[in-house]
Design a binder for this molecule. Sequence first.
Ligand SMILES: *Cc1c(COP(=O)(O)O)cnc(C)c1O
Length: 363
Amino acid sequence: MNRPFNFSAGPAAMPEEVLQQAGAEIANWHGSGMGVMEMSHRGKEFISIYEAAERDFRELMAVPEDFHILFMQGGGWGENAIVPMNLSQGGAIDFVVTGGWSQKSFKEAGKYGQTALAASGEAGGFTDIPDPATWQLRPDARYLHICSNETVHGVEFQTLPDLKALGSSAPLVVDVSSHVASRPIDWSRVGLAYAGAQKNLGPAGLTLVVVRKDLVGQALTICPSAFNYELVAKNDSMFNTPPTYAIYMAGLVFQWLKRQGGIAAVEARNIEKARLLYDFIDASPFYVNRVAPAHRSRMNVPFFLADESRNDDFLAGAKAAGLLQLKGHKSVGGMRASLYNAMPLEGVKALLAYMREFELRHA
Ligand SMILES: *Cc1c(COP(=O)(O)O)cnc(C)c1O
């Protein structure tokens, strides 16, 4: 069966191979007589699933040994509170706001620490990333927060800022939810990275946190125990019941990524997919993307029809052509094509063919 191509921003398409494997194993995992969602998280079967997932993620993303990898719940938005409860000590926290997600993080953290904007792209409608040389970094900041891929506005850091080179000793906290595992991460520049799984790693309900070990152990007393990184790390993410099925699914995705050739190979494909779509949009008077080319996201491509009265038409035709969930985020409007790892090149080609045909019909 040929499934339609699914451009959802999240929860998003999974590799079909992974869904088939999970389906085949759903009632009886590896002859255990149990499905994964029926297993004790402390039994040897699940422990082996968990350990493989952690090991595979560490290997794929080259996470150094001085970082914990935590499998948590609460989502990206949960981390917007969990990070400041664990790292701020109620002190200064700096934010660079480059779109809807970092803006949400900035607002939430204000409940726990002394937040300030180091820079914001809001005046330009979040179509650009302010030059790091202009960021106002406070010397006493406990950390600086960025969102390295803005899922709604389609703005991506192509390299992470080097805070040391900017004269700051603050750790960098990065929301990598919507481009984790789409490209390598330079861990030497990172203190903590977090990601909701539902964009590029697996089903909703799992949040991955990668945190430098020396940053753990200073949580505010109000921090719930289940969200205290120190307790979660000490208990190998099993302080309380972790999202076992979502961990299993993410583990299958990690194995799939390895079969794809690893992150470098996946990144090369992501570059190609994004290039095809942006080149087409830029060459057409009928479609527009307003993000500065140097900061365009490879994962989330918002675009507009020059004639917005045709939006509903465009979406209905797309659906009929087997191209799902292209509607833009309500705060931005227009269209958005999300090209996560699980989107094959043929999906992008099918989208371009449809866009070309729609343009010919209506231009
Ligand atoms: C989707 C997303 C989140 C999601 O948060 P949830 O609490 O899991 O809904 C956070 N940050 C970014 C950048 C996202 O793309």
